[in-house]
Design a protein around this ligand. Structure first.
Ligand code: MN
Length: 222
């Protein structure tokens, strides 16, 4: 697999959803998915582009008056774009996601003890993220193992160098229309639409050091 070419400053584009808006029902409804992808994810892409172009201008003019805010925007919007781009690909219509693959199971079992222990920690961590954020199963190449991390907003509370493999958005906008305030219920239902084929593929590439952060859309029939 070849690495993609450099994405120039300001050239990020909203990736298309790899399935119709209704594909994740009843776990995630059409309206929720449409707004989440077409409006909210797009806002992050637009803001990321705007920030990068402002930085191009700042460098050209040697004017770093707003550098503190621009760096904050870069982390927030860049991480927002990356995590949403992954989130769409690691879900698939109910009944099509298969079971955790052999490599996924092997690495989960060897570190977390069992799939149930992993799933329980992930679900609890996701349910208890303070305010808005994510729960992530990441590959930590420094230590050759998986880890469960959470993010507040999109960018806070990480270990450097990790590669997100499986991510769940627990901002209210991800579940409020379908679950109101019941975030844990959303996460428990979300397990049923995880695309384990894509998770296995991502983990394999991450371990091989061949997974760019943005990997494009997953094939639908994998
Ligand atoms: Mn979101």
């Amino acid at each position: 697999m070849a690495y993609k070419q450099m994405v120039p400053a300001g050239a990020h584009r909203l990736p298309p959803l790899p399935y119709p808006y209704s594909a994740l029902e009843p776990v995630i409804g059409s309206l929720s998915l449409r707004v989440h992808h077409d409006v909210l994810h797009k806002n992050y892409v637009d803001a990321l582009n705007k920030t990068e172009l402002s930085l191009v201008k700042a460098r050209r003019q040697n004017d770093f008056e707003n550098i503190q805010q621009l760096e904050r925007e870069l982390a927030y919007n860049g991480s927002g774009d990356i995590l949403h781009s992954i989130y769409w690909t690691i879900m698939s219509p109910l009944g099509t996601g298969g079971q955790p693959g052999p490599l996924t199971m092997q690495y989960i079992n060897s570190y977390f003890g069992s799939f149930e222990a992993f799933k329980d920690q992930f679900t609890q961590a996701a349910a208890k993220v303070m305010a808005s954020g994510w729960a992530l199963m990441v590959w930590q190449p420094m230590w050759n193992r998986l880890e469960i991390l959470t993010a507040e907003k999109h960018q806070d509370l990480t270990q450097w160098g990790v590669i997100p493999i499986l991510v769940v958005d627990v901002w209210e906008h991800a579940y409020y229309l379908n679950y109101l305030y019941k975030r844990k219920e959303y996460v428990e239902n979300w397990w049923n639409i995880v695309n384990w084929f894509e998770v296995e593929r991502r983990l394999k590439l991450a371990i091989a050091g061949r997974l760019p952060l943005f990997t494009g859309m997953a094939p639908m029939n994998c």
